[in-house]
Ligand binder design. Structure first.
Ligand code: URA
Length: 428
């Protein structure tokens, strides 16, 4: 079949189904530069508006995987298990989770990203540890994984290059929010990465990509099907992102909280979600009898964390950076905190310098927000509700603007049920 990009765009514009050959051709031609950015933008917009069937999404994902290399961990002779979160505010779960699952016997190859917009990135968080290095060659990655059982690093350029190009294009053309494009983007990288099993943490609520549970469900089931069709044992949890996870938002602040979890403490919601995801990962990896709660309590997860950080040049004992300035936000009236909006807190932390507006911007390691109460907690007028941290105090006013109207306090004695963290499970 001879191909031309205009007929591919017209097919989707007119609500038709793309033929498998059209999909293979357009992804390959775009990766090679034969299809121009403006043509791919038109196609991405047509997909956003008119959708794709599960068969089209599967083919699109396969074509993106085929655009680059596929990693292979079979020499490790250990079950491999990975986790992907669709992103949220205060979502530091990868930090305690990767060494925890390694301590329970699986190998965790975790390719992670940087933050963009109001959600943070795992690599930015780990880079606040003095000396820690995110970029590893494929052989270094395999070496760290073999030695320590877990590696968290940046994806190399060879992995799903079609997605790298297309994601950057979607970011500037208003075409990120399409379930077929998000599902194929995430899964092409995870499948190419070569993990044997995968657990997806699909977040829903104000701080998430997917604001509604219906959309989160659709995204999760699409990705679970894609993974299993490609031989990766995949399952998903739908989890709450209406309020930040834990009590810290910001790079070094989140590392500190993660270390508390590994030391057997930390906020209850972070511990609960870490254990829920570890249990799913170990079961998907064929290790259903492993006991992650024990590995947290007996210090073996902490040992794996120290080895994992040191293997990438980091000093796990080093003091973490702190921001130069801080400002408390006071509780206006005593009562029960009934709402604390994740998006507003994420936006405020970003404005304080914890996140970036463009990919090439630097982030402040010490910037962010420490929460002193979570929904359901009693609060007292005149005491701090949260503390803002930044090296650039001129950003405090701008962060406070983001926080206006972001929380509710009900009178003491009001009945209030805290939302569960894990909302639903999508089995593989
Ligand atoms: N994360 C990705 O990797 N791709 C998307 O499309 C959205 C989030």
């Amino acid at each position: 079949m001879s191909m031309d990009v205009i007929s591919v765009i017209r097919t989707k514009r007119d609500r038709g189904a793309l033929a498998p050959e059209q999909i293979d051709w357009v992804i390959d031609a775009y990766t090679r530069g034969e299809v121009a950015d403006e043509q791919m933008s038109a196609l991405a917009m047509a997909i956003l508006l008119n959708g794709m069937s599960r068969a089209e999404i599967a083919r699109w994902t396969g074509a993106m995987i085929a655009s680059g290399e596929r990693m292979d961990f079979s020499t490790l002779r250990r079950h491999t298990a990975d986790k992907h979160s669709t992103g949220g505010v205060g979502d530091k779960i990868t930090l305690p989770l990767a060494p925890l699952v390694a301590a329970c016997g699986a190998a965790v190859p975790q390719l992670s990203g940087r933050g963009l917009g109001h959600t943070g990135g795992t690599l930015d968080k780990l880079e606040s540890i003095p000396g820690w290095r995110a970029s590893l060659s494929n052989s270094e990655m395999l070496g760290v994984l073999a030695d320590t059982g877990a590696v968290v690093c940046a994806a190399g350029d060879g992995l799903a290059p079609a997605d790298k190009k297309l994601y950057a294009l979607r970011d500037v053309t208003g075409t990120v929010e399409s379930i077929p494009l998000i599902a194929s983007s995430i899964m092409s990288k995870k499948i190419a990465e070569g993990t044997g099993s995968l657990v997806l943490d699909v977040k829903t609520g104000s701080g998430a990509f997917m604001k509604s549970i219906e959309d989160a469900r659709e995204l999760a089931s699409t990705m679970v099907e894609l993974g299993n069709d490609h031989g990766v044992r995949t399952r998903a949890l739908l989890t709450d992102m209406s309020t930040p996870l834990g009590l810290t938002v910001g790079n070094a602040l989140e590392v500190r909280e993660s270390v508390e979890v590994l030391a057997g403490g930390g906020p209850a919601d972070v511990v609960e979600l870490t254990l829920a995801l570890a249990t799913e990962m170990l079961a998907a990896a064929g290790l259903p009898d492993a006991d992650p709660a024990k590995a947290l309590a007996d210090g073996s997860a902490m040992d794996h964390w120290r080895r994992m950080i040191a293997a990438q040049g980091g000093d796990p004992g080093a003091e973490l950076p702190t921001a130069r300035e801080k400002q408390p936000v006071m509780v206006p009236a005593s009562g029960i905190l009934t709402r604390l909006d994740a998006y507003a807190v994420g936006l405020a932390a970003w404005r304080l310098g914890a996140g970036r507006a463009r990919k090439e911007d630097p982030v402040q390691a010490g910037a962010g927000i420490e929460l002193h109460a979570k929904p359901g907690d009693p609060v007292t007028a005149g005491r701090p509700l949260m503390t803002l941290y930044s090296d650039t105090p001129q950003t405090f006013a701008y962060a406070l603007e983001a926080l206006a109207g972001s929380y509710d306090i009900a009178p003491q004695g009001t009945e209030f049920a805290v939302s569960p963290i894990v909302l639903e499970r999508v089995p593989g």
